[in-house]
Design a protein around this ligand. Structure first.
Ligand code: SAM
Length: 311
């Protein structure tokens, strides 16, 4: 037996933080479609040469930058997702992780001891655009896995910028989308959907929808709050409605999928009551709130979809 696994995980944060810093400092934009020496790279990034070469060499070691012609260039994955030259832009996700997640995780033992959420302050725009980038793959998977064609009015509760609705309407232009979000997020919403500002734990939800999405919402809520929200959705939607629940639904032990279990500590930092819920738990809560479990299907990464129909 060796301690290699401990070293690998203990140093793991250095890989994450170096990637976040390189993106924040504009390394991958500087290297877009170019090969640069460390001096040229330093100049474009606005940092000393020592910083540029230490950071770029770490990115070479991780496979995000390549050595070429005496200089550095983006690897294909960085060119596609981090250089800002394509539609598949993950820079808002890294900005979210650098400015929100990373500082929050510095408070993990405090949150674990006290049960109180993180005090890190952040702009709503960084949160919402980052969340949209993080879940872009999930939105694409949802439209591929679930057939929205029979639906007419889709409501996304806590739907962030409305990116799930936008993906659905792009594929099914006959669908009318409604986004229900907190007032400060509604102002950031994408065009093309109806906007309703409110608090999903307090305010009535917009009525008359035949499909309702709750994506990455339940993990911020307790069992009582989740059941109450499921009941509120049930009483606001049409009698033949489908409910689409997207989250890190775990196995009954809450230890798989692995990425979901690892992400679980995030809910100590972002909520006083949130936690990972298992698919079995959610199935039981659906029954208490007037819904019938229909199916559970994988989406993207550790996220999956539970479909329910009005009982
Ligand atoms: C983790 S994000 C998920 C966003 C989006 N559904 C997705 O999966 O990408 C949770 C969203 O719920 C919204 N939210 C949190 N509490 C809320 C409340 N009480 N009422 C309405 N929206 C709320 C937040 O503004 C945030 O956009």
């Amino acid at each position: 037996m060796t301690p290699d696994a401990i070293f690998q995980v203990a140093y793991g944060f250095t890989a994450a933080k170096t990637l976040l810093a390189c993106s924040e400092l504009g390394m991958f934009e500087a290297l877009a479609e170019s090969t640069l020496t460390s001096e040229e790279l330093a100049d474009r990034m606005g940092v000393p040469e020592r910083s540029a070469s230490l950071l770029a060499n770490a990115m070479v070691a991780l496979g995000f930058v390549e050595l070429a012609d005496g200089g550095y260039r983006n690897s294909p994955v960085s060119e596609k997702f981090l250089s800002g030259t394509t539609q598949a832009d993950l820079r808002p996700m890294l900005r979210f992780m650098n400015r929100i997640t990373y500082p929050q995780w510095g408070e993990l033992e405090v949150a674990a001891r006290t049960g109180e959420r993180s005090t890190v302050d952040y702009p709503t725009e960084v949160y919402s655009t980052g969340m949209e980038a993080i879940n872009a793959g999930t939105a694409a998977a949802l439209t591929a896995v679930y057939d929205f064609a029979p639906h007419h009015r889709v409501l996304d509760v806590g739907g962030g910028t409305g990116s799930f609705l936008t993906a659905i309407i792009h594929r099914h232009p006959h669908i009318h989308g409604t986004l229900f979000e907190r007032p400060e997020v509604v102002t950031l919403a994408r065009p093309g959907v109806d906007l309703v500002a409110g608090d999903y734990l307090v305010d009535p939800l917009p009525s008359g929808h035949d499909a309702v999405i709750l994506a990455n919402v339940a993990h911020h809520l307790s069992e009582t709050q989740t059941v109450q929200l499921l009941e509120n959705v049930r009483s606001s939607c049409s009698s033949d409605a489908r409910l689409l629940l997207i989250d890190f639904w775990t196995d009954p032990t809450h230890t798989q999928p692995m990425i979901a279990a690892l992400t679980g500590a995030q809910f100590l930092l972002s909520s006083e009551v949130g936690r990972l819920h298992s698919a079995d738990e959610m199935t039981g809560w659906l029954g208490r709130a007037g819904w019938t479990f229909d199916r559970h299907v994988p989406l993207n990464g550790a996220t999956s979809l539970i479909v329910a129909q009005a009982a």
